[in-house]
Write a protein that binds this ligand. Structure first.
Ligand SMILES: [Zn+2]
Length: 431
């Protein structure tokens, strides 16, 4: 099986645009009539549903932001009668109120189809054993890949995150072939597999890793450590969870499920729509969802869109891996710093992906420290050898970031491992 829904995944681009136009005008008419915040925003902008005749009119519509969702918490953006909604999922909500997203049965079907496309693109079939080690519950990772794996007919192990010993036991005993989890947990599992001498007992061939930004170097590291092909997957709870886009065997970006979501790249400062190939914030419009169809939702994720032909045969446009976020970007001594840049610098030097950025403010000046775990070879080095490594890394980061961090090499395995999203940044500044 090469594709899950070939008729859409490989459709001519013009046909996809036609489907998008038709679905967009219908969903705009519906949200204008049934979602008070959308009616208000459109009225304020002077846009009527009849102005949206095709996908080319998308730019006329107002954006939706996370703040809009928080203001209307919990039911303000619900577009169907409550009796028709059958599922709630929620964001991890690190600040303030969580975002709750609603699904009808139809919405769950769409979501599972999107994840099934990802599983098939990673080589999944009904012969596979898929170990889902994303968290279950309100988090979308577990339920999304679980549903996708069921659709494909794979044997699904709903492991959820954590309990690494049990993860590895089931992985070996049940011969799991595809692993789904966050990239940081995948890196941790890979390291543990090698440390426990289980490399020859695992049958994994592929991994579907998402829910946090990761670098190409980290991908190659995981692939090499346990001998798998590692695929990126993207999504967010507000839009439906994982499966908004997914990677194919070419590994040059994630195909967007454009029959369900229209993607745009905008300048995060001005909101202006940018052409394909430009780096900017990705914005999604849901065109098939019943319960929670967000319009021009500002993701804050920075990436690049491309509609170049792909060797896998899919015609769906691709988004690049995430290049940071427009809102959790660190500003240190006035300089913009993305944790992904630091990660790339470390991994390109064969260093561990286990690092932590610690920012503080002392005497009105920002301090910027990067703690990195030593490799076992470095750990046996002399003190002067270690400090030479630190100096070299500091210089490399200074030339890349335009700002000089204090690099501190710490003992192997001394940075706390994460079983969910890794904590890469500790910002102690009180601003
Ligand atoms: Zn492809």
């Amino acid at each position: 099986m090469n594709y899950y829904q070939e008729e859409v995944e490989c459709a001519p681009r013009g046909a996809i645009r036609g489907i998008q136009s038709e679905r967009l005008s219908a969903v705009i008419r519906r949200v204008y009539d049934s979602v008070a915040p959308y009616r208000k925003k459109m009225d304020e902008k002077g846009v009527k549903p009849e102005d949206i005749k095709s996908a080319d009119d998308l730019h006329k519509l107002p954006f939706t932001t996370k703040d809009d969702l928080k203001d209307a918490y919990p039911y303000g953006f619900l577009a169907v009668p409550l009796k028709d909604a059958v599922r709630i999922q929620s964001t991890s909500g690190t600040t303030g109120k969580r975002v709750v997203a609603f699904f009808t049965r139809h919405d769950l079907d769409i979501w599972e189809d999107c994840c099934a496309r990802a599983v098939v693109a990673a080589g999944g079939t009904d012969e596979d054993v898929v170990q889902v080690s994303y968290g279950y519950g309100l988090f979308t990772g577990g339920p999304g890949l679980n549903g996708g794996s069921h659709r494909v007919g794979s044997l699904t192990l709903p492991m959820s995150s954590g309990n690494t010993e049990r993860q590895l036991q089931f992985m070996c005993d049940l011969s799991a072939t595809i692993l789904c989890c966050t990239p940081s947990y995948a890196a941790f599992l890979a390291e543990t597999i090698v440390a426990q001498g289980l490399r020859d007992q695992i049958k994994l061939k592929a991994g579907i890793f998402g829910a946090e930004a990761w670098s190409e170097e980290m991908r190659r590291d995981i692939e090499k450590t346990i001998g798998i092909k590692a695929y990126d997957i993207y999504g967010l709870t507000e839009i439906s969870g994982p499966g908004v886009s997914f990677e194919c065997s070419e590994q040059t970006g994630m195909h967007i499920n454009e029959d369900h979501f229209i993607a745009e790249i905008i300048d995060p400062a001005t909101g202006e729509v940018l052409p394909y190939g430009s780096k900017g914030e990705i914005v999604f419009t849901c065109i098939t969802k019943d319960a929670f169809p967000l319009i021009r939702y500002r993701t804050r994720d920075i990436c690049v869109l491309s509609a170049e032909p792909c060797s896998c045969g899919r015609t769906l446009a691709k988004m690049s891996r995430l290049m940071g976020r427009s809102d959790d970007m660190l500003i240190i001594r006035g300089v913009n710093v993305f944790p992904s840049q630091i990660e790339a610098a470390l991994m390109s030097r064969g260093l561990s992906s286990n690092y932590q950025i610690i920012v503080d403010r002392v005497n009105h000046t920002d301090t910027f420290e990067v703690q990195v775990e030593m490799t076992p070879e470095m750990f046996s080095d002399t003190v002067s050898g270690v400090s030479a490594h630190e100096d070299e890394l500091t210089a490399a980061m200074r030339s890349m970031l335009g700002i000089s961090p204090k690099v501190r090499l710490v003992s192997p395995k001394s940075i706390t491992r994460s079983e969910g999203k890794a904590v890469r940044v500790i910002d102690k500044r009180k601003i």
